[in-house]
Design a protein around this ligand. Sequence first.
Ligand SMILES: [Zn+2]
Length: 80
Amino acid sequence: MIPAISAVIPSPSAEAALDMTWETHRRFQHGAFSKPCPTCRVQPGEWCRARRSVCPARRELHRQDQAATMLVPLLVGRAR
Ligand SMILES: [Zn+2]
């Protein structure tokens, strides 16, 4: 697991950067935010109940989907 930037570089700006990154991912439904959370039962684009983090099950769901997509050539993947 990647440590939070705030654990590596403790500073208010690192905290703000982390918050902004999560917010951007949530708003545009990137990464794990593109999936509903099996743990919290929240919809894609919504925060997990443990804000500032994403539940491991949701992250895993995204990883599985990404792995399946990466096996298919890009253009075929888009046609689905
Ligand atoms: Zn969750």
